[in-house]
Design a protein. Structure first.
Length: 167
């Protein structure tokens, strides 16, 4: 399955979204530093539908509209994003795909609301930003109605977990 991600521009911090089964992802183009896409240095290929809270993600070298897999690494390894929340049944999981605008509005609120519980500080007071992966149209039709929220930066890569960091 694939997911869609988008970077949300606006009031800091920004958000990235994740669409369903096929994941559509407008991935923040932060560049990959020091890790290969698959393999060496503890990098693991993880299906987007199998991401868990606390997984640290390396940004793909190329921006992709839909993602099926991402590279995850131990959080003490250089990475650009960390999963901080999974929000199942977005918009109560209606049968028909609700559209990108409705999912984006939902993800903006749901991810902002869950940020402080993981990071330890409200996103408006944080040096971090958030982004998300949204279910794609195809993913939604296959039962993926989960939004994945990720903490990220626009500068220095992360080298530790952001959980409880109050960053």
């Amino acid at each position: 399955m694939e997911r869609t991600s988008r970077t949300r521009r606006g009031t800091p911090p920004r958000g990235l979204r994740r669409p369903g089964a096929p994941v559509v992802a407008a991935v923040v183009a932060l560049g990959v530093t020091g890790c290969s896409w698959f393999g060496g240095d503890g990098t693991t290929s993880t299906q987007v539908l199998e991401l868990d809270v606390g997984d640290c993600v390396v940004t793909p070298e190329e921006v992709q509209a839909e993602l099926t897999d991402v590279s995850t690494v131990p959080c003490d390894t250089t990475h650009q994003m960390e999963v901080y929340a999974l929000v199942p049944d977005a918009l109560d999981g209606p049968d028909a795909y609700p559209g990108a605008d409705a999912l984006t509005a939902f993800a903006d609120g749901a991810c902002a609301e869950r940020f402080a519980d993981y990071v330890g500080v409200d996103y408006r007071d944080s040096a971090l930003f958030f982004t998300y992966l949204l279910p794609s149209t195809r993913g939604w039709s296959e039962g993926d109605t989960t939004v994945t929220c990720l903490a990220t930066t626009t500068g220095e890569p992360l080298t530790a977990s952001v959980a409880g960091s109050e960053r």
